[in-house]
Design a binder for this molecule. Structure first.
Ligand SMILES: Cc1cc2nc3c(=O)[nH]c(=O)nc-3n(C[C@H](O)[C@H](O)[C@H](O)COP(=O)(O)OP(=O)(O)OC[C@H]3O[C@@H](n4cnc5c(N)ncnc54)[C@H](O)[C@@H]3O)c2cc1C
Length: 418
């Protein structure tokens, strides 16, 4: 099903631009459905860095059909709790064990390992990533699309396909070429991210989100015994040192016990944006993952939302390319998935706003409200559902998956857009 690209002009059904988690997952769905596709990425090797470290319950439910869950679980670490604290004082304890999911927990796994699992599965379904190929021009031909790409060796290829999918990240050239706006804003603070080894006497069975007057900080245990630290900082260093991370822990983490950083395994910084593409489809151009939405990492939803996009879009493309649905059916993709991204942006934005409050009065009120919420099971459940992604389950039902939508091909679409 995967087209060879040794001819100067290559015909296929779908070109996927970008082999991050969203592009890889899309390739797997198309490969399983027998849809011919070509997956191109400009990098000769993947990013191979830790980045997104959590896979949520809803994503694992959705990924089940792709045949990757066993391997993800073999590598990952299950956590049942997410706790919000003001330094030593617990404010809100969220628990996932009772959620309506086959995977009621957070699965901690660095993104490079998630990508390795996706890559391996892609090969099993007959696909591969053509690395070192930069897509540099796209033309919508009305009944198809023409894509030009150049390799790192200077070779050129022209692809003719029925659709092109931009899985090419936040600065997506597919989105820009399609003239699709990316509406939203950029946060003032930068984020520091570090995977560290440390002596830590505060347990390793939950994700801890610390609020403090100095700013927020997340401490999350990773499968190899290290910890992921995420923190808002006015000017984050490009490569955080042991001293940088230690200073954050001292100023924001628990005052009691031991919190001594011994090594920074990997670190980075990034700026935050809250942006959603104005539409996910224009003509023959479609968007998935960060090309379609970016937001604060609070709650760890970025990669998760992109993986669900890929599953839904892949199934819809397969339905159109096999002739079970016509082209207009793909308009439903944005109707299903864009509202899910808007919800994620709202949720992650509210969490970031709460976490970065500096005014003492606001902080006092916030802490009181969170402590109250902690006493109200219904309110806690709502937050657990949002964090796990399960509150957005309806937006992962592929319109046209007749067996799962007995109301007919568009029943799920009608349901989610009503
Ligand atoms: C430092 C950092 C830390 C992060 N931490 C977290 C976190 O803790 N939690 C979380 O949920 N998310 C986090 N993220 C975000 C997460 O990594 C992304 O949401 C996720 O990678 C998006 O996947 P994607 O497949 O949509 O796009 P990407 O992973 O961005 O992949 C896009 C791919 O497209 C390729 N590409 C781009 N343009 C072209 C072109 N013209 N031709 C060919 N190929 C092209 C790129 O090479 C790239 O491989 C972090 C991101 C960064 C940078």
């Amino acid at each position: 099903m995967e087209a060879k690209i040794d001819q100067v002009t290559v015909s296929t059904d779908v070109i996927i631009v970008g082999a991050g988690p969203a592009g890889l997952a899309l390739g797997i769905v198309l490969g399983r459905a027998g849809v011919p596709f070509v997956l191109l990425d400009k990098l000769e090797q993947g990013h191979n860095t830790s980045r997104a470290a959590v896979i949520h319950a809803h994503t694992l439910d959705v990924l089940e059909e792709l045949g990757v869950n066993e391997r993800l679980h073999a590598l990952g670490r299950k956590l049942g709790h997410f706790c919000i604290r003001d330094r030593d004082r617990p404010l809100l304890n969220l628990q996932f064990q009772a959620l309506p999911s086959r995977h009621p927990y957070l699965l901690m796994l660095p993104q490079n390992q998630t990508e390795e699992v996706l890559n391996a599965r892609l090969r099993e379904v007959g696909g591969s990533v053509h690395r070192g190929w930069t897509v540099d021009a796209l033309t919508d031909l009305g009944d198809g699309v023409q894509v030009s790409a150049t390799s790192v060796r200077g070779e050129h290829r022209t692809f003719k396909a029925r659709y092109v999918v931009g899985a090419d990240g936040m600065h997506s050239m597919v989105r820009k070429t399609a003239g699709i706006g990316f509406t939203g804003h950029t946060y003032e603070e930068s984020f520091l991210l570090a995977d560290v080894a440390m002596d830590w006497t505060h347990g390793n069975d939950e994700v801890k989100l610390f609020f403090s007057p100095a700013g927020m900080m997340v401490v999350a245990p990773l499968p190899d015994g290290t910890f992921r630290i995420v923190s808002t900082v006015d000017n984050a260093p490009e490569r955080p040192s042991v001293a940088d991370v230690q200073a954050l822990l001292d100023a924001r983490g628990p005052r009691t016990g031991t919190t001594t950083v011994t090594k920074v395994v990997w670190g980075s910084r990034f700026r935050l944006h809250d942006r959603v593409a104005d539409t996910y489809r224009r003509g023959r151009f479609l968007l998935v993952g960060d090309a379609a939405h970016v937001h604060s990492p609070a709650g760890g939803q970025g990669m998760n939302t992109g993986l669900v996009d890929a599953k839904v879009l892949g199934e819809m493309l397969a339905a159109v390319i096999s002739g079970r649905q016509n082209d207009a059916y793909l308009d439903g993709y944005a109707k299903v998935r864009r509202p899910a991204a808007m919800q994620v942006v709202g949720f992650a934005g509210r969490l970031t706003w709460l976490a970065t409050m500096r005014n003492p009065v606001q902080r006092f009120v916030r802490n009181m409200v969170l402590s109250l919420v902690n006493q109200v099971p219904v309110a806690k459940r709502k937050l657990e559902m949002a964090l796990s992604g399960l509150s957005r389950s309806a937006a992962s039902k592929t319109p046209g998956a007749e067996s799962r939508n007995p109301g007919g091909p568009l029943a799920a679409l009608r349901h989610t857009t009503a």
